[in-house]
Design a protein around this ligand. Sequence first.
Ligand code: PXG
Ligand code: PLP
Length: 442
Amino acid sequence: MSNRLKVTPNDLSAFWMPFTANRQFKQAPRMFVSAKDMHYTTSDGRKVLDGTAGLWCVNAGHCRPKITEAIQQQAAELDYAPAFQMGHPIVFELANRLVDVAPKGMDHVFFTNSGSESVETALKMAIAYHRARGEGARTRLIGRERGYHGVNFGGISVGGIVTNRKMFGTLLGGVDHMPHTHLPEKNAFSKGVPEHGAELANELERIVALHDASTIAAVIVEPVAGSTGVILPPKGYLQKLREICTKHGILLIFDEVITGFGRLGAPFAADYFGVTPDIMTTAKGVSNGVIPMGAVFVKKEIHDAFMTGPEHMIEFFHGYTYSGNPIACAAALGTLDTYKDEGLLTRGEELAPYWEDALHSLKGEPHVIDIRNIGLIGAIELAPIAGSPTKRAFSAFVKAFERGALIRTTGDIIALSPPLIITKGQINELIDHVREVLRSID
Ligand code: PXG
Ligand code: PLP
């Protein structure tokens, strides 16, 4: 008898679920069994509108034929090839296709399997880059309060989410943090990027003055912070960060794991804001979330700084068994084809005004203390229940799921980020679900 048959069906105990209240979930599980385009189907046969593109990743919608077929074909033809000292054609093809859609000047791609790995890769690249150029003292990394850069040690060290840091002891040394840019007292109910707060970028000058530029390797920020509850960059803020980094020879890393691949209505946030970083971390939308994949984009100068020394030597002692896995590459190529056929990397631009109006129509509904939006991202911040933070938003999440909409909550913030194929009718439907939910919760 196969091992599989010995397992009791629907025994939920063995799987330790990530970022989940395991005991609560297992008492009242919420299960998806299939998906198509904008909808999931639950284990009890209900359709649920996907208001979050899975976890900010299914940008082209679910079970899209070009992606499915590409994976099926690749799995039958070349399932795996060693990633070190060996190649296979589609990983090179994919890198070229990605460079074609990337911001100008980001000419090289390093493959990983997740956003967290992309972040570790970028941080290591930044430090090693300076060393390769004879500036080995530049090792310090600057992140930001409320930043999310995945869950590995480098990422939580530069990250600024207390719950993700406090349980894990000594983090990476030589890290400092800029202040976050969430200023609800000045910017509540802003449409798009807020007016106030660009001066917060000057905090980077203070940090540089404290440590001296010659010790700082890189600054890493999310152009729009997603995970922490959708925090937008104030008008002019990212431009200022870019200027300060350039002035001091510090690399600027944009963590575009969420903002990459069309989320803001431009291919990348770098395009949207007209600010080009030196390194850009991506994952999620690169493969529509279907097969795990991440990609780190770098400027030519950074890549070229490593291409020195004897040619038989490995230039960058870093990489993953699954860097550029053939099936993940096939999924990513199928994804790029779908994005191209349907213009999805820029579709958000035309939908954004409609999205903005729909979201802001929730102003005045019970509990709502702020609404924020950019591209096809929205956040509705709720007043917390006194003494029980996060409870109100979690009730909204469960109620929405029961009504037929998948939303995401973090703290007392509802975050929305639907697949980029969403129709205006489905935007109305999603927002109506949220409206009814807000009216029905305590
Ligand atoms: N950087 C950023 C900016 C992210 O948003 C990561 C890195 C890590 O990626 P991986 O693939 O290792 O998870 C992320 C991931 C949410 C949510 O609901 C956000 C993420 C992941 C899961 C849930 O806010 N962001
Ligand atoms: N590749 C992808 C994935 C795209 O989304 C786009 C445009 O939307 C392009 C390439 C550029 O395509 P074209 O040359 O047909 O305009």
